[in-house]
Design a protein around this ligand. Sequence first.
Ligand code: ZN
Length: 377
Amino acid sequence: MFFKEIQGQQSLQNTLTNAFQNQHLAHALIFNGREGSANLALALALARYLHCENKQGNESCGKCNSCLKHHKLIHPDFNFIFPIATTKKVDSKPTCQNFLPDFRKIILKNPYFDLSDWLFFIGADDKQGSIPAEESRKIINILSMKPFEAEHKLLLIWLPEMMNVQAANALLKVLEEPPQKTTFLLVCNSPQSLLPTILSRVQPVVVPDFSEIEISTYLQKKLDISSEKADNIAYLADGNLAEAIRNIEEIDNDNYLWFQEWMRECFKRNYKALWERMEKFDAFSREIQKYWLQCGLDICRESLLIYYAGDKNVKVSTLKLNFLTAFSKIIGDIDTIKKLSEELGIAIYHIERNANTKMLFFNLSLRITQTFYQKTK
Ligand SMILES: [Zn+2]
């Protein structure tokens, strides 16, 4: 990970590298940031920078022996501790060592993931995950050895708040008597869950949430997402890049097709299909549910625009335009569209307030069906 690969966060990058250059960098840092922030990415970029043999100002060179190893996360003096759980493959006494290849893999895929992504990745998504007591031995082992290749050893602890008491005490002990030539990089989502005695011995680096623009830019540049879709996803993600990446898979680019099918089912009073749709709807996250209904609201607005002002005022694909034109003919009077928009708006409001989305969606479908029925009879 290079600093330049991280969207935004420029001033933090400069603060960290300048501190190193001025020999003010603390021996233990804690990168505090919300889930889906750049806290892990920044710690990884700093680790590479600290080990780089040919630093280029505020960035690592990317070419030296050390950088090449960091590129694959296999530098022998870069150690990782992270939450783990039992899985089918490792069904008793799991250690970080068991999962190290997986941990490298998920980071190399993208360093913006959260605990649930990680547990899902290793097939332990029904488990809690923790950093077990055995890892305290690893901390002590790492510290008792001399560096293999670099001048300094680095120990990155992802989510130290997941440490079991024994592991946390082991960490506290080494932080109390900081060993020579070792830098600790703690990457934390909820520092308030850590022992105050640990917190008082580490220098905080406060990592802000990503902005909407930063998330959208990342999705477009790194994941080749269209700007319209990237903006939508970024808007929903609320500064959480991990959530944004998850949502890509759930949100279909042609979101109007979903709405189109739904409206057809309402129009035809196909209750069986509506019931099945409700089951699918319920399986989405609330953010996605809101997104679908919001798409419906947008479609209502566009249809109305077509109805009153003609299709030259709506910039969409031909396929979508055909749907909108047909749809505006069905609902294209001010009362029906008002009613439909109102219903969608109320449903979004209730989803935000944790309503039972299953019944909410089915009732909504019934009311829309009724609205269409009254219009056509
Ligand atoms: Zn280098």
